[in-house]
Design a protein around this ligand. Structure first.
Ligand code: 8GT
Length: 333
């Protein structure tokens, strides 16, 4: 092949993974011809000559075109006097086994880019792409026994220790002890699925709520009025914390507005909290306990109110976020 293959670049938060180009040879040579990098690589000779870089880049094109291996440049953008410029940071690779069922992961990152999670970010992206498009059943990798940094990367990617072996290292001129790592397709996909929701950009909504407890140990529930989301459900009095407001101040304000009672901060005891993902936002709701307030509770906004024994709360339909809170109140009160 005489030119770089047609492979749509894989984009991550900070990086672009794309086929290598002949123009990368100089930067690649500079980054790999560094003993601290080369000593950890099984298939790189040291010293590493510039001519080898070009030859190797061409060989990666043929492998991509044949669907046998994907050696991709890890690139990032750096601000310079002429605006953003692309920088070669390292390489990441997946090589299919001859039966095409499994694949071996490899990578290296230039020394000056260490310590920023580049290898993990790149390896996760390439593995996910391969699992989704190549139908491979397992991914494996190895790391020199004393390469703690690489072992940590592989574990973050989701590979698990799978024994030890001896492997020939061209850079060292002989066999070296390595740790083996491996993960099945299902385990890696399950990991990808649990991580996806964590990375969605849902806003976190801070709501302060309170369990007002009367002398008989009953807790006040208020019914969400018609027209509001989750209308008709019973909930703990409270509301959204406004920007610049403390949760306690928000609660004192809401209790005055909704129930016409006066509460002082010292009577609000932190009890527990709800952390719940709704479709449109993630609710973070501290729940306070309060046994002392001034004035008589009355439904200022026309909402239905009920004083309920914790054991009977099961009979009141409440928002999903409140379920664990009810269980904790039942234990505590
Ligand atoms: N107050 C309160 N809100 C709860 C509880 N459980 C729960 O999921 N929430 C959710 O937290 C959010 C509170 O918002 P809200 O609409 O009551 O707040 P607010 O009184 O400031 O409303 P507003 O915007 O109409 O003035 C709602 O999405 C509500 O569904 C609860 O026990 N008490």
């Amino acid at each position: 092949m005489t030119s770089s293959p047609d492979f749509p670049p894989l984009r991550t938060e900070r990086l672009v993974l794309r086929p290598l180009r002949l123009e990368d040879a100089t930067a690649l040579h500079r980054l790999v011809n560094d003993w601290e990098v080369a000593k950890n690589l099984a298939r790189v000779r040291y010293p590493y000559e510039l001519a080898r870089a070009e030859e190797w880049i061409r060989s990666t094109w043929a492998q991509i075109a044949a669907g046998e291996a994907w050696h991709l440049a890890i690139t990032g953008e750096e601000g310079g006097p002429e605006g953003q410029v692309e920088r070669l940071v390292g390489c990441v690779a997946l090589t299919l086994d001859t039966d095409r069922k499994g694949a071996e992961l490899g990578y290296w990152v230039g020394r000056k880019f260490w310590g920023h999670g580049v290898a993990t970010e790149a390896a996760v992206a390439l593995c996910r792409w391969a699992l989704e498009t190549q139908g491979i059943a397992a991914i494996r990798a190895s790391a020199l026994k004393d390469n703690v940094r690489s072992a940590a990367v592989l574990q973050r990617v989701g590979l698990r220790p799978a024994g030890e072996a001896m492997q020939t290292f061209l850079s060292r001129g002989g066999p070296m002890p390595v740790l083996l790592f491996r993960a099945e397709r299902e385990a890696l996909l399950a990991l990808a699925a649990t991580e996806a929701p964590l990375r969605t950009e849902k806003p976190v909504l801070l709501v302060a709520a309170v369990a007002l407890v009367d002398p008989d140990g009953r807790v006040l529930l208020a019914r969400r009025p018609e027209g509001k989301p989750l209308a008709g459900l019973w909930e703990f009095p409270g509301g959204k914390v406004k920007p610049g407001e403390s949760p306690e101040a928000a609660l004192i304000r809401e209790l005055k507005e909704e129930l016409d009672i006066d509460v002082s901060e010292s009577c609000l005891a932190p009890f527990t909290f709800a952390s719940h993902g709704y479709d449109a936002f993630h609710l973070m709701m501290p729940l306070y306990l309060c046994r002392k307030w001034g004035g008589m509770v009355r439904p200022v906004e026309g909402q239905a109110l009920a004083w309920v024994k914790p054991r009977q709360m099961g009979g009141y339909a409440m928002p999903p976020a409140d379920k664990p809170l009810v269980a904790m109140l039942q234990d505590f009160l």
